[in-house]
Design a binder for this molecule. Structure first.
Ligand SMILES: Cc1cc2nc3c(=O)[nH]c(=O)nc-3n(C[C@H](O)[C@H](O)[C@H](O)COP(=O)(O)O)c2cc1C
Length: 214
């Protein structure tokens, strides 16, 4: 009898823990759901979570360099940064800082400073990713950058990774955005609602996959 009760108690606990785990695992960036529903079509039940939705977001991301004039809601920009700050980082240092630029004048200055990022000016928003100069700042900053690209896609936004690290203009960007001297520019990410559909050719799975040995 006591054993049976204990068993029931354990089953109930496992159930509650599994619900909590599912909720925690649910990507915050996908909660507003609308855009993901578009990606998933009729299959999407409104509950956004699980491998399928996430892999769809990964597989449908492409660089976008032309945007409509539609503004991006502040909550969406905040949610994208929320996804960025949750990226993995070596020793969990989280060396990043994010500057979200929507002001047209600052955007133009940022855009003009770059070599291959002149389309930043036309984007409704641009996120600059900076990191403290830690041992793995580049890996950490790149992980955060990728989270931004994917979160943007989940919200139905297009974006493009514009180089920051190793670029001569990195110092100019720091001055334009009033960023502390010791931080390093990792990337600039213009984003907005897409006005183009670009499909760069990708290497096929069978060309890149190697089982056990190369
Ligand atoms: C480190 C890095 C730097 C990049 N810099 C630029 C850039 O300065 N300007 C640009 O238009 N695209 C830039 N890109 C975007 C690439 O051109 C793009 O990812 C690539 O062509 C593949 O296309 P896809 O993103 O649509 O898959 C950069 C991408 C990476 C990863």
């Amino acid at each position: 009898m006591v054993r049976g009760l204990l068993l029931d108690y354990r089953v109930a606990c496992d159930f509650i823990i599994s619900i909590k785990r599912d909720r925690d695992a649910m990507p915050q960036c996908a909660v507003p759901g609308q855009s993901l529903k578009k990606v998933m079509g009729k299959q999407s039940s409104g509950y956004i979570g699980g491998t399928m939705a996430v892999t769809e977001i990964l597989k449908t991301r492409r660089s976008v360099r032309k945007f409509t004039d539609r503004k991006i809601e502040k909550e969406i920009l905040e949610d994208i940064i929320d996804c960025a700050r949750l990226a993995p980082s070596a020793n969990n240092v989280q060396p990043w800082e994010f500057v979200v630029v929507t002001d047209p004048e600052i955007k133009k200055k940022t855009s003009d400073a770059t070599d291959h990022g002149r389309f930043i000016e036309e984007a409704p928003a641009c996120i600059a990713v900076f990191c403290m100069d830690t041992k793995y700042y580049l890996e950490d900053g790149c992980a955060a950058t990728e989270n931004i690209l994917l979160a943007a896609n989940a919200h139905g936004l297009g974006s493009c990774w514009v180089a920051g690290d190793k670029k001569k203009y990195a110092e100019d960007i720091k001055l334009i955005l009033g960023v502390r001297e010791e931080l390093k520019l990792v990337s600039l990410i213009p984003l907005g609602y897409s006005e183009e559909k670009v499909r760069m050719k990708k290497r096929k799975l069978q060309q890149v996959i190697h089982w056990e040995k190369f």
